[in-house]
Design a protein around this ligand. Structure first.
Ligand code: GAL
Length: 368
C-alpha cells in the first residue's frame, strides 16, 4: 500500500485541484444531506475484544475526541463484533436503521462487509474504514502504514538473530487473520525483509487472530521441525506471540528464540522487559483514533477543507480506487525503546509495566 501512496503523492497537485471543485459544489455524493451541527452521532464498529487495544484505547480515545470537537454534544454509538463477521453486519445494519450520521468501521471481514457499506451509502451515511480497509464504497480510510509494520517486524527479527541468520536458519511465521487485509500487508512487509535471508520452515494464517489458534499452530510446527531447530518466530501480533510462547514452554523450551509481536499490549511490553518476547510494534493509537474522530466530525459537518487536509494520502481497495486516506507511522518497541515509545506517549506508566515481578529487569534497562 505504501507504494501506492508514494506514487500518488506525485499527483497531489491534481488532487487538491479536484478538492477545490468539491468545495464549490454542494458536497460529494456521500454528503447529500445538509451539513450538521454539533449534535451528531458517530457509529463505531470495532472487530474484537481479545486484543486489548480496541476497548482500552480506540473506543475511549474516539469518544473523548468526538466530545471535544462538538462541545460535548456529539455521541459515539459503539458496538464490538467479538470477531464474528455476521454479528458485525447486524450491528452495522442497526446503525443504518438508527440513522447515525457517520460510521467508523473496523471490519472483521473486509470483503464480507461490502454489502453493508453499500447500504450505508444508499442511506446517505458516509463510512470511514478504520484501521482495516473495508471493501465497498467507503468515503475515507485511516490506518497505520501496515506494510511498514511487517517490515519493522521482519527487520527486528533479523537483528535479533544477528550472525545466526542465514539461509539454513529456520523460522516459523504466524500470520494474522485471512479476513483482515492488514494481515496480508504485515506478511508482505515481513517477507520483503526475510526472503532470501532465512528459511521460512512453516507458515500459518491464524483464524480470527486468536492466541489459542496460534498456540495450536506453534505446537504443530514444533512437532514437525523440533523445538531446537526453530531459531526465531515471526508473530504478527502480541496476542499470538503469547500463544507461541505457551507452546514453546509446553515443549520444554527454556531459552526462548526471538519472537516478534505488534500492538504494545501491556503484558507483551512486560514480556519484552523480561526478555521473553523480542519486540512489539508500537502504533500510536491516539494518532489514529483522534484522526478518525476528526475525519468523522468534519465529514458530517461539511468542513471539506479540514477533511481534505486530514486525508492527503490515497489508497486503492479491491473495489474502490483513490480512497482519501491517512496512514500513521509506526516504530519498533524493544527493551531499548520502551521509554521513547509507550512511556513517552503516556500509554503506560513505569508503575504499570514495572510491577514487583518485573522490578529487577526494569532496573536493568533503566526503567524507573
Ligand atoms: C489488525 C490491527 C492490529 C491488531 C490485529 C488483531 O488489523 O491492525 O493492531 O489489532 O488486527 O486484532
Amino acid at each position: 500500500m505504501r507504494r501506492i501512496v508514494l506514487s500518488v503523492a506525485a499527483s497531489a497537485a491534481t488532487l487538491s485541484l479536484a478538492g477545490c471543485g468539491v468545495l464549490n459544489a454542494t458536497g460529494d455524493s456521500t454528503s447529500a444531506s445538509p451539513a450538521k451541527g454539533d449534535d451528531i452521532t458517530v457509529g463505531l464498529l470495532l472487530p474484537e475484544t481479545t486484543n486489548t487495544r480496541y476497548d482500552k484505547f480506540d473506543y475511549p480515545i474516539i469518544k473523548s475526541k468526538v466530545a471535544d470537537l462538538t462541545g460535548k454534544q456529539g455521541k459515539v454509538a459503539y458496538a464490538n463484533a467479538n470477531a464474528d463477521s455476521a454479528k458485525q453486519a447486524g450491528q452495522m445494519q442497526k446503525m443504518i436503521d438508527d440513522k447515525v450520521d457517520v460510521i467508523l468501521l473496523d471490519a472483521v471481514d473486509s470483503h464480507a462487509i461490502a454489502g453493508e457499506v453499500q447500504k450505508a451509502k444508499d442511506a446517505g451515511i458516509p463510512v470511514i474504514a478504520y484501521d482495516r480497509l473495508a471493501e465497498g464504497p467507503i468515503t475515507a480510510y485511516v490506518s497505520f502504514d501496515n506494510e511498514l509494520v511487517g517490515e519493522v517486524q521482519g527487520r527486528s527479527l533479523l537483528d535479533a538473530l544477528g550472525s545466526n541468520a542465514g539461509t539454513a536458519t529456520k523460522i516459523v511465521m504466524m500470520n494474522g487473520s485471512p479476513t483482515d487485509p492488514n494481515a496480508k500487508q504485515f506478511k508482505q512487509g515481513a517477507l520483503s525483509e526475510l526472503n532470501g535471508k532465512v528459511t521460512i520452515a512453516a507458515s500459518y494464517d491464524t483464524t480470527d487472530w486468536k492466541p489459542e489458534n496460534a498456540q495450536a499452530n506453534m505446537a504443530r510446527a514444533i512437532s514437525q521441525l523440533g523445538a531446537g531447530n526453530i531459531a526465531g518466530v515471526y508473530s504478527a501480533n502480541d496476542g499470538m506471540a503469547g500463544g507461541v510462547i505457551k507452546a514453546l514452554k509446553a515443549a520444554g523450551v527454556t531459552s526462548l528464540p526471538p519472537i516478534t509481536g505488534q500492538d504494545a499490549e501491556l503484558d507483551a511490553v512486560q514480556r519484552v522487559v523480561a526478555g521473553e518476547q523480542y519486540m512489539s510494534v508500537y502504533k500510536s493509537y491516539p494518532d489514529e483514533a483522534e484522526a478518525a474522530a476528526q475525519m468523522a466530525v468534519s465529514k458530517v459537518q461539511g468542513k471539506d477543507i479540514q477533511f481534505d487536509a486530514l486525508t492527503e494520502d490515497k489508497v486503492d481497495s479491491p473495489t474502490t480506487k483513490d480512497i482519501p486516506s491517512k496512514l500513521v507511522q509506526v516504530s519498533a518497541l524493544t527493551r531499548k525503546t520502551i521509554k521513547d515509545t509507550v512511556i513517552a506517549d503516556g500509554i503506560y506508566t513505569v508503575g504499570e509495566i514495572c510491577t514487583p515481578k518485573f522490578k529487577a529487569e526494569c532496573n536493568a534497562i533503566g526503567l524507573k
